[in-house]
Write a protein of this length. Structure first.
Length: 190
């Protein structure tokens, strides 16, 4: 399989199912942002963090590949003429969302109660979690906008919403594990 096909040289790309669209299409922007998010999660996984966290992040990366494929499939191409699903892979679903919720709950039990907003930073691994969280929120916003134009599987937005919560909680957990002080945001008095 060649890396370059030259089919996108005119500014278009193919969605799953063959439909060609402009590269600035909202659907492309949504799954491109999910791909960007997946790359940042890879950077987090490359840090000196626990094997449990690395394994959880690897599962998230696999889920994001699936979610990207779901976003790359326009509604009219989801099934073949025979009625069979075109995208024949397990989908991101409520079980995927619940997995993230369980991971958040496990970490929350080990963390001090949050009383203020927290400024990102303190360690590269923590900062990468916050960058990934911001990219996740952008992917979520784009997916919500896309859903307003073309209905998406509802679990896509739920998953992205919960993933941003997971990444925030992971940043806090890594701060604790790495003995990094969380800096509370306390607005200056005028």
């Amino acid at each position: 399989m060649k890396i370059y096909t030259k089919t996108g040289d005119n500014g278009t790309t193919a969605l799953f199912g063959g439909t060609r669209v402009k590269k600035y299409n909202l659907r492309i922007d949504a799954y491109g942002t999910v791909d960007e998010l997946n790359s940042y999660i890879g950077l987090i996984r490359d840090q000196e963090i626990s094997d449990d966290n690395k394994n959880t992040l690897l599962k998230v990366q696999n889920d994001l590949f699936t979610l990207g494929a779901m976003l790359a499939t326009p509604p009219e191409k989801e099934t073949l003429k025979s009625g069979k699903e075109r995208l024949n892979i397990p989908k991101v679903n409520l079980n995927s969302v619940e997995f993230l919720e369980n991971e958040i709950d496990k970490m929350d039990q080990k963390l001090p109660q949050m009383t203020h907003f927290i400024l990102p930073g303190g360690h590269q691994a923590v900062s990468l979690c916050h960058v990934a969280r911001c990219v996740c929120r952008r992917a979520e916003r784009l997916s919500v906008e896309l859903n307003d134009q073309e209905p998406l599987n509802n679990d896509i937005v739920k998953y992205l919403n919960r993933l941003s919560d997971f990444l925030f909680t992971l940043a806090r957990m890594l701060s604790k594990d790495l003995l990094v002080e969380e800096i509370k945001w306390i607005p200056e008095k005028q």
